[in-house]
Write a protein that binds this ligand. Structure first.
Ligand SMILES: CC(C)(COP(=O)(O)OP(=O)(O)OC[C@H]1O[C@@H](n2cnc3c(N)ncnc32)[C@H](O)[C@@H]1OP(=O)(O)O)[C@@H](O)C(=O)NCCC(=O)NCCS
Length: 174
């Protein structure tokens, strides 16, 4: 629902770590919960959405190497969440786009996401791919998942975005 709340998308600060932790935990059905120590250690890989000094959205990224071809590493988009009261105001879109703009400077081949919100990522230009095409992600993350025994039967959808030909979709330029 559109709201009149003004928000700012910005890189996370250490002081945001606890609020990020709580926001991710609030969305534990859709996201992998991260320990606060991991959030603190990787705080430079988080973007947040702030409304009146409160963290109402977050998104993070990680690098997934491509064995034998370091130049073709992927970036995984993780921990994308926006508080329910703020949804529908493009905060999610802007969080992901800000991450893409941030990682583009080191020229990764593609962005990867495993998600329960494929329509949201489709609007950002991602397309669904078979999980077998992102085996490196499955080995780095899914293999340690405590929610599902088998990544092939896990209900999350694998999606990718080619970052080398990426330009922002025309509809919601920001
Ligand atoms: C997914 C999520 C981050 C989207 O945040 P948001 O700020 O509402 O997203 P936006 O306002 O930028 O939405 C952009 C578009 O995607 C659509 N969209 C957003 N979330 C959607 C969802 N879960 N399913 C389908 N479409 C969705 C919006 O309707 C909007 O479409 P429009 O451009 O035609 O109006 C938010 O719904 C959320 O936190 N969900 C729970 C956690 C989650 O599922 N995270 C993703 C897992 S990786």
């Amino acid at each position: 629902m559109k709201t009149n709340l003004n928000y700012v998308i910005r890189p996370a600060l250490l002081k945001d770590a606890e609020q990020i932790f709580n926001l991710i935990r609030k969305h534990s059905d859709e996201l992998i919960v991260k320990p606060i120590g991991e959030i603190v250690s990787n705080i430079d890989r988080f973007m947040v959405c702030e409304v009146e000094d409160k963290i109402r959205g977050c998104a993070a990224w990680d690098i997934i190497p491509e064995i034998g071809a370091p130049e073709n590493a992927s970036v995984e988009i993780q921990s994308v969440a926006v508080d329910s009261e703020l949804r529908g105001n493009e905060a999610g879109t802007k969080l992901v786009r800000t991450i893409i703009a941030t990682v583009k400077r080191f020229d990764p081949a593609q962005a990867i996401v495993l998600t329960f919100a494929p329509e949201f990522f489709k609007k950002l230009g991602f397309r669904e791919v078979p999980k077998t095409s992102v085996m490196h992600k499955l080995y780095m993350g899914c293999i340690n998942c405590t929610k599902h025994a088998n990544p092939y039967t896990c209900p999350e959808i694998a999606m990718t975005l080619d970052l080398r030909s990426y330009t922002k979709p025309a509809k919601t330029q920001s």
